[in-house]
Design a protein around this ligand. Structure first.
Ligand SMILES: Nc1ncnc2c1ncn2[C@@H]1O[C@H](COP(=O)(O)OP(=O)(O)OP(=O)(O)O)[C@@H](O)[C@H]1O
Ligand SMILES: [Mg+2]
Length: 512
């Protein structure tokens, strides 16, 4: 993680001029300029599909730009490849993971740059370096574990570690915290501060306003592949950034939802999961209301709804749906019972990337014949329905016959969410619904939930974003260490009360 201080103060570390990139039918970048200074954290801000990841791919040599010039450290760069980018100190952490699942963390770290001595790989040397690096980062990560055995958060840590191996002058992070725990997010922010002091330049992509506020020196706003403006973070407001991003004024408020709690649709009694992540939990959700579950990452809140849907094995306890016991939950049967689940991890758990958006949204890609009864008219009916839904979610570009794999990260999330409206469902389980989607889409998702509950569905929202879950829910559970720490209603539903429950254990432990 060494760095350079040889960059002239007046000259930016990275200078892009007039960068354009086209994909079949889409102008992903249209004559974009970007300067990143040494020691600066530069945020790229824009709606889903604005071109942020594409720009990062150009900077890291994944593919060439169609036109434009590229200067790095004062030198003009042509024909950049990923290897060359690395060699000159450009180090990307991509939005989609790039690790080889069947290899260990350390094998991944050294892939393509194995430490060898006359052809002999120095396994011990690699282990030592990997351990030293991970220790320095403060990550709780075992270098000898296989990547496919790791949680999302740990995979993300491994990606970051990999990017920091060797000499880094420009570190690029594309939504790095989307699947990090709070603790690791804190570690990452410390690391960023350290790198800045070492004069490393950073490009950082995030949809999270609070993160942008905490980290950014400057912000470049992209819209529809174009450079809109570059601003000093300190002298810009959230409203201004959002307005530049969307081209219109947007109210950042949550919708007012009318909750009319009715039948208990989901009822969980003394639930304990096989992996111990949830212990002895009692919980219920009614039709006509949003039930929130708050808690720190790793508290068991995601596992709880995953178990209801059938994605996490149950050790003991009872799950009831609409009053009837639901034994050995499994995703397909859950859907038949009218229960839908929206994972936080949109890539691994949800989409068939080689299939059209239409199929993915209607779930025919998953072999669930949602529109089967239409026979010959199936495709046409499907197209009309999905087109309508995707219009509401502002899918970009709005063509549902493209493959899901050609979509930007946030737009993939929209396809996942779009599924909610294609079937007769009564229970909706949302796991971190707003991760990775832009402000406009967030508001759409909230409006969705509003429509769902007001039409009588039971909606359960698991979220680490406290303002979100406080504003949306009618009743709010707080989980801590696998257990329900509090249930808050009405006026009790305050940030202070939630935080008090997060930390109650620590407090009582100290008092005792
Ligand atoms: N491999 C590809 N093939 C075809 N089109 C693509 C491909 N990759 C990106 N695009 C298109 O280029 C545009 C920009 O996408 P990009 O991934 O850069 O967006 P983004 O700003 O990173 O969005 P998000 O916030 O959703 O991650 C989008 O219209 C997208 O559909
Ligand atoms: Mg992206």
């Amino acid at each position: 993680m060494d760095s350079d201080t040889d960059v002239n103060r007046t000259e930016p570390l990275l200078a892009l001029r007039g960068i354009s990139k086209r994909f079949a039918g889409v102008r992903a970048l249209d004559r974009v300029d970007l300067d990143v200074r040494a020691g600066e954290l530069h945020v790229l801000f824009g709606e889903n599909g604005a071109g942020k990841s594409t720009l990062i791919n150009v900077v890291s040599g994944t593919f060439p730009a169609d036109e434009g010039t590229f200067h790095f450290g004062g030198e003009e760069i042509r024909h950049l490849t990923p290897q060359r980018a690395r060699a000159i100190g450009i180090s990307p952490v991509f939005q989609e993971f790039s690790l080889v699942p069947s290899l260990t963390v350390e094998e991944n770290l050294f892939l393509g740059r194995e430490v060898s001595n006359g052809g002999v790989l120095l396994a011990r040397e690699m282990r030592k370096r990997a351990t030293a690096l991970i220790d320095e980062l403060g990550f709780d990560l075992d270098p000898s574990q296989r990547v496919d055995d790791l949680s999302r958060a740990h995979q993300q840590m491994a990606e970051i570690a990999k990017a920091l191996l060797g000499r880094v002058r420009l570190l690029i992070l594309d939504e790095p915290t989307a699947s990090l725990t709070e603790r690791e997010t804190g570690r990452l922010f410390e690391l960023i501060a350290r790198l800045k002091r070492q004069n490393v330049g950073l490009i950082y992509v995030s949809h999270r306003m609070r993160e942008i506020r905490a980290l950014a020196d400057r912000v470049t706003v992209l819209r529809d592949g174009r450079h809109i403006r570059t601003l000093e973070a300190a002298s810009s407001t959230d409203g201004e950034l959002v307005e530049l991003m969307t081209g219109r004024k947007i109210d950042l408020l949550f919708p007012a939802i009318t909750h009319q709690p009715d039948k208990v649709m989901v009822d969980v009694e003394n639930l304990t999961l096989a992996d111990g992540s949830v212990r002895d939990v009692n919980f219920y959700a009614q039709a006509g209301e949003i039930t929130g579950i708050a808690g720190l990452v790793g508290c068991g809140k995601s596992e709880l709804i995953r178990a209801i849907y059938g994605l996490a094995p149950i050790a003991s306890g009872v799950v009831r749906l609409d009053g009837l016991p639901y034994e050995f939950p499994a995703p397909r049967r859950s859907l038949k019972h009218g229960v839908a689940y929206f994972p936080a991890n949109r890539i691994a758990e949800g989409l068939a990337l080689s299939r059209p958006i239409r199929e993915n949204a209607s779930m025919t890609a998953l072999d669930l014949p949602a529109f089967a009864r239409f026979g010959m008219l199936r495709q046409a009916a499907e197209r009309v329905t999905i087109t309508g839904i995707m219009e509401r979610l502002q899918l970009r570009p709005p063509n549902i016959e493209r493959t899901a794999g050609a979509l930007s990260g946030g737009n993939r999330q929209k396809v996942m969410l779009g599924r909610a409206l294609t079937r007769e469902l009564t229970v909706f389980l949302f796991d971190e619904p707003s991760v990775g989607i832009d402000v406009g889409a967030k508001l759409e998702v909230y409006e969705f939930m509003k429509r769902l509950v007001e039409a009588g569905a039971a909606v359960i929202v698991v979220s680490s974003e406290l303002p979100e879950v406080l504003a949306l829910s009618n009743r709010l559970y707080v989980m801590h260490n696998g257990r329900i720490a509090a249930e808050l209603k009405g006026a009790e539903k305050t940030e202070q009360n939630v935080l008090a429950s997060f930390f109650r254990d620590h407090l009582t432990a100290e008092v005792a």
